[in-house]
Design a protein around this ligand. Structure first.
Ligand SMILES: [Zn+2]
Ligand SMILES: [Zn+2]
Length: 256
């Protein structure tokens, strides 16, 4: 039984065949998933999908790339929606220094406000990080995010930062890049992270794992991520699936 902790089934890439893709995931053993919403369009749809399936949950937050567009009423709206019974986390939020649509100081401000919100509603945080690891760790520390903890989604940096994340009650989630031939960092992380702090995800429709790299990703492929990590850790696949699912259920406070 697998848990894909980060999917965008609410993306336009799935408009035509969403139910088929979800069914394919269930048939592959992906029993649980969290659909992540990050703006006006994707948040309501994430919740709608979670309402349709018993074992699908939603996360609500504001993406750092669009930080410049977030208004105070958007934050109140997210707070209101966080009370929905199928919403299990706040995010994705964080910093993205790859795109420059939103200036860094605006991104940081919006990030801090969402951490404060997550603490107020007592929910874990899902972190999106692109080329901003040190600033993210500093802000999480300053805002005392360890009170709620959360996920470093699609972790893609050096193993040197892992301990600081673990110390703040964060889980490390690995996705498609761990299967890429030219990606040594996530492979090293896959081996080093304690098993009880490891999660798996697809980030579908993005970042499809090998051998589907470059194509549309889908939650069924989280199995390829799990197989690769089990292989790297030299452990039975069933044990890895069981433990990562257990970790996710615990973090999201889902009672089976
Ligand atoms: Zn992301
Ligand atoms: Zn995402």
């Amino acid at each position: 039984m697998l848990f894909d902790t980060h999917v965008h089934m609410n993306a336009r890439q799935f408009i035509e065949d969403r139910d088929e893709v979800i069914q394919r995931a269930f048939d592959t053993g992906v029993h649980y998933m969290v659909v992540v919403g990050f703006d006006h369009e994707t948040i309501p749809l994430a919740i709608e999908i979670a309402e349709q399936y018993e074992t699908i949950y939603a996360a609500v937050g504001w993406h750092p790339v669009d930080a410049i567009d977030m208004k105070d009423e958007d934050l109140s709206w997210i707070e209101e929606l966080s009370k929905h019974p199928k919403v299990v986390a706040i995010g994705e939020m964080g910093l993205d220094y790859h795109w420059d649509k939103s200036p860094k100081d605006v991104q940081k401000e919006v990030f801090r406000k969402q951490i404060q919100l997550a603490k107020k509603v007592n929910m874990p945080i899902i972190i999106h990080n692109r080329e901003a690891t040190e600033d993210i760790i500093q802000i999480l520390q300053e805002e005392d995010a360890q009170e709620v903890g959360g996920i470093m989604h699609c972790y893609n940096d050096s193993v040197n930062y892992v301990q600081e994340c673990l110390d703040m009650n964060f889980y490390i989630s690995l996705g498609g890049p761990v299967t890429f031939k030219n990606a040594p960092l996530p492979k090293e992380v896959a081996v080093q992270v304690p098993l009880d702090r490891l999660l798996i995800e697809t980030d579908a429709p993005y970042l499809a794992p090998h051998p589907n790299r470059g194509k549309r990703n889908e939650p069924a492929y989280v199995k390829l991520v799990a197989e690769k990590i089990a292989d790297l850790r030299e452990m039975p696949l069933e044990e890895l699936c069981e433990q990562t699912t257990k970790n996710a259920l615990k973090l999201f406070k889902i009672n089976k």
